[in-house]
Design a protein around this ligand. Sequence first.
Ligand code: FES
Length: 77
Amino acid sequence: MPYGKGPWVGPVEEGTKAFCACGESSDKPYCDGSHHRLGTGKTPCVYEITEKKNYAICQCGTSRTPPLCDGSHKTLS
Ligand code: FES
């Protein structure tokens, strides 16, 4: 499934996470290896979560602060 428009919002546990950056994962916001299987040419955004809380994770692919949403999806048509 390609990118959606809004961010994924929900709780993320502490630790090193691999967030999907290709839009094809079936386990969003996390990478499930689909980028490799489908040959997207993209790799996951590896990010250290230091505090368990709710996060807004970019699902549109345009955030300037990946994997965190920066509101850039609001400018998409
Ligand atoms: S499945 Fe999208 S980056 Fe791995």
